[in-house]
Design a protein around this ligand. Sequence first.
Ligand SMILES: C[S@@+](CC[C@H](N)C(=O)[O-])C[C@H]1O[C@@H](n2cnc3c(N)ncnc32)[C@H](O)[C@@H]1O
Length: 828
Amino acid sequence: MAIQKKHGKGRLDKWYKLAKEKGYRARAAFKLIQLNKKYGFLEKSKVLLDLCAAPGSWCQVAAEVMPVNSLIVGVDLAPIKPIPRVITFQSDITTDKCRATIRQHFKTWKADTVLHDGAPNVGTAWAQDSFNQAELALQSLKLATEFLAEGGTFVTKVFRSKDYNPLLWVLNQLFTKVEATKPPSSRNVSAEIFVVCRGYKAPKHIDPRFLDPRSVFAELAGGTPNNEAKVYNPEVKKRKRDGYEEGDYIQFKEIAASDFIQTSDPIAILGSYNKLSFHQSPNGDIALAALDKLPETTAEIRECCADLKVLGRKEFKLLLKWRLKVRDIFGLSQKKAAAPEVAEEVAGVESMDEELRIQEELQAMKDNENAKRKREKRKENEQKRREIIRMQLNMMAPMDIGMEESGPMGEGAMFSLKTIDKSNGMNRFSRGKMITVPNTETKAAEETLDASAEAAESDSEEDLLETELDAMYEQYRERKLEADTKYRAKKARKEHKDDEWEGLSGGEDADSDASELKEEDDDDSSDDEDEGLPKNGLLTDLDGQAGESQDGLSRKASAFFSQDIFKEITGGSLLGAEEEDQETAPANGTKARTSELPAQKTMQKLSLQDDGVDSEDDQEFEVVRGEEEDDWEEKDKRRSDGRIDIDIVTAEAMTLAHQLATGQKTSHDAIDDGFNKRAFRDKDGLPEWFLDDEGKHDKPQKPITKAAAAAIKEKLRAFNARPIKKVREAKARKKFKTAQKLEKLKKKSDMLAADEGMTEKEKAESIQKLLSKAKKQKPRQPAKLVVARGLNKGVKGRPKGVKGRYRIVDARMKKELRAQKRIQKRKK
Ligand SMILES: C[S@@+](CC[C@H](N)C(=O)[O-])C[C@H]1O[C@@H](n2cnc3c(N)ncnc32)[C@H](O)[C@@H]1O
């Protein structure tokens, strides 16, 4: 049996062996590995400072885990054998020389992580150590504050001692997150723990006392009683086993209530006195008299003041609130300078806190500003991405894409004319009436420069997440598109609708712009010519077409129809839709503009109706059809009387159709119903997945009638009763085969009837035989079992050389079937 060697502290434990196995110089390596596993700071660091690094196992771990080309500097009193990718030197971390050497190595860099695993009594140069563990930790913190980058991590070893809490307090002032932990590889018998401090606040000024061991670990003479515990947690009572304090032998202590109001440490009074007295001495205290008369000094307050030792948390709170109120009344609420000796203690802390608070506020403001910028940027990117997708899906004419297609005039371009166009200044600009043109351009250019500067900012994690989410949603939709026909149809419908709405606004703009241009052209056309400006202002028509193309379509419409998808459609069918519009044109001779978008058509009709033009149209069913999407497709669906054959499939549509037919509603009402609070929601910048999900629920509930619901139900029932195609085909095949058989039979019986050599009786018998033979059904050939192996393995369709009915089975199934047959035979 192997005897387990035990040296001091059971040194040859599993971590020791593991360290040997892995080539680490000390078992301490696993402490860092485990700390990093929990907090993951090494992977994110590019510069690391290891204080008290000998023999160097932490440096080894850092070199393994940190990104290549990271800067790792290790220092110790003891020499460290060279470690690849690590700079080491011998020095005392408490000296200025050490600080200077580190600075030399770091140049302008700042450390992302500072490690400290120092232990004064373990080093080889033990005699040189003059600090205890906590002091050494404070010294290392001092170095960390000098070399750590903002947001950086500081890991230090400390021992649980009376100095632990003050040290932790200091660490808490300088880092956003401070956690103490003991990695599993740290021996239980050891009092060491590791404090991991994340998010270095990097204050501009640090009160030197924060890093001075004499201030931080100063022993307070006599020790202060824990009054906070007495007041904030009065229910938990601790027996006083210390005896009386020196010179304090009185059990019952009383103090004037006015002193409680004036004191800077009310908790101390509440914790150490028995009564707040309102009793006036012969010469009287004015403050106490005033306090006694104040309405705020209620009977309840007096009761509480009478015996402080029986009060609970709630009552103490009441007294403290009362004190604040009275201080307000007495004008004491402004902070007074505290007594000199206390002031020294508190002032340092307060100044630090104040500074940190201001810094935090500034940081918050900065963060807000950044977040705002990022949001705007994201919105812009989203818009562009959508435009590109729409372009790829042929849902947009190339000219609709801002920057890419319209060159220097596009959205986001250096001279963004879109802004001018939007503010309707384009027309005035083109006519030379806009005097402040250069300013606008400069502004546009400035804005663009700003935008590009913002663009230069690297995307944050949030942005990345958003993009990832969008990409994942896109993938999900693609998968769904492949698998789900219904979804495909739904998407197509939705995209078409989207197009309409975008078109409506675009169209409106275009139209209004066009009409304005037209009106103004009438007045100022000569001016334009005089000044030699192009007729369409600065928006050069790249296609060389004016506002309307030769075929009567608007520029935008003709660009839209010039896409490949419309190539095969003859001009006539395209114009059909327009002719329909022109029929409704008012008699005053104003040429009805081509409306490339159905919704716009509806709007136009609506405006014509408002003008008092033919109100009979109101009653016509076609006008209501807001979904007059593709007239070239609809042509096939017309009935013989020329009306469109609409298939009403929903109860809502049926209700509406019924209401329209019976005159309960007019087309006006139907169109009006289409406008609701959700119709014009601002969707800019919202992610697709969110809009899709919203779209499922943001539809107004349209009323349906019982009759309409019943009609649709009936319709669906009839629809479902229809045989499916395959059954229909099989039935037709059967019918055809029966007809063929009958035909054969007829031919044979005719031949028999014409046979002169047979008697009538023989003829009748033969025909009877033929009929009964035809009636007999051929026994169905059992399907041939083909084992799926060899050439037949994985074969699709009929295997080679197999005729008639067949079934592909695996060998096991074939054997089992044979066995079943054998068993049945035996039973017989
Ligand atoms: C536990 S060892 C460090 C082990 C190291 N983290 C590793 O993984 O190999 C503690 C080290 O602190 C060093 N040390 C103690 N006081 C120091 C000081 N004032 N300056 C530099 N190093 C010091 C000791 O020399 C000793 O090597």
